[in-house]
Design a protein around this ligand. Structure first.
Ligand code: MTE
Length: 324
């Protein structure tokens, strides 16, 4: 992306693996104390490694009203051609500029994001708009697990089990009018919780993205709420994000607060910042190089396996008809 140091490697560094182990040891520790789920009330204590642990440290482990909804049955229609990426690797190498441009630091900073209460305001060319509480949405609409490839424009890739609401189900609920041709998504603006928003004022916060209504209705499109059989942790875009696996990852906006149905193609964050590098459609295409990254191949997170990039990230049969 723009203004980012080139990634050194797709291997996770040792200094990140260690805190992650500590993190999981903490989980056991708190479980033994029987405080998992009410951690928010704890001001601070010492973990078995002698480190200060406070409510923020274990934030991602705190239960929400929707925790019990996970895991969901897998829809076996969507199959992978490669092994799943290790959960910890996917959770510690993230793009979430609201926190930092340093991919290996996002997971730690994103713990500051308060994801309850959380509402999504839905408006524009629809018959049944409103402001929906995230837990009501998750209860009301069907959710399922899907194994998808994910391809970042920076030429790294992963394969992960998302859980989410098929976007087509969401559209049925809000009933778009005939005038609705595009969807515009908006992220959050919380500079007190997301230090990247405070420290990088040159970005046009909040993050915003868009897609065509036919793309939203495509069976592949998910409003993702979970990953690896659990609720999304903050670094992956809790509590709700887009997943469109045939597009480059920057289209899959995280932590959505607003969805507007509009007649005209909306502006998008990266396209406004660098139109020559990021187009609106951003469909994965190995034949169209990005000015800084050839798109012919990709490297899998964690294993460094190099693979040929597939047209539409291998989802041609599902989406080709959209672009005739
Ligand atoms: N959404 C927001 N709000 N902010 C971001 O910086 N980065 C995008 C996308 N969604 C981004 C975002 C990019 S470039 C990618 S590749 C994916 O999130 C990464 O998703 P992951 O960290 O869950 O792997």
């Amino acid at each position: 992306m723009v203004l980012i140091k080139a990634p050194k490697s797709w291997e996770i560094s040792e200094n990140l693996v260690t805190p992650e182990h500590i993190f999981f040891n903490r989980r056991k520790f708190f479980k033994r104390l029987g405080v998992l789920g009410i951690g928010a009330g704890i001001l601070g204590c010492i973990d078995k490694n002698g480190k200060q642990v406070n409510a923020e440290t274990i934030k991602t482990l705190i239960k929400t009203p929707s925790s019990e909804l996970f895991p969901k049955p897998q829809n076996t229609k969507f199959v992978l051609d490669r092994p799943l990426t290790d959960e910890k690797i996917a959770a510690t190498y993230n793009n979430f500029y609201e926190f930092t441009t340093d991919k290996e630091k996002v997971w730690e900073l994103a713990k500051n994001l308060k994801t309850r209460p959380w509402t999504v305001e839905v408006s524009g060319e629809i018959r049944k708009g409103g402001t929906f509480g995230i837990d009501d949405l998750m209860k009301k609409l069907p959710m399922e697990e899907r194994l998808y490839r994910h391809r970042c424009v920076e030429a790294w890739a992963m394969a992960v089990p998302w859980t989410g609401i098929p976007m087509s189900e969401f559209l049925k609920m809000v009933e778009p009018t005939e005038k609705a041709k595009f969807l515009k998504f908006t992220g959050f603006f919380k500079p007190l919780e997301a230090e990247g928003q405070k420290n990088q004022p040159w970005y046009t916060w909040p993050y915003y993205e868009g897609m065509q209504i036919e793309e939203a209705n495509n069976p592949l499109t998910l409003l993702a709420t979970g990953i690896y059989g659990k609720e999304l942790p903050p670094q992956h875009g809790s509590p709700i994000r887009i997943v469109t696996p045939w597009k480059y990852g920057f289209k899959s906006i995280k932590s959505i607060t607003k969805i507007e149905f509009v007649e005209k193609q909306p502006q998008t964050f990266w396209n406004d910042l660098a139109p020559e590098e990021y187009d609106f459609l951003a469909n994965v295409n190995p034949k169209i190089p990005h000015p800084r990254w050839s798109q012919e191949t990709e490297k899998m997170l964690g294993t460094d396996e190099k693979r040929e990039t597939l047209l539409f990230n291998g989802y041609e049969e599902f989406v080709k008809h959209l672009y005739n």
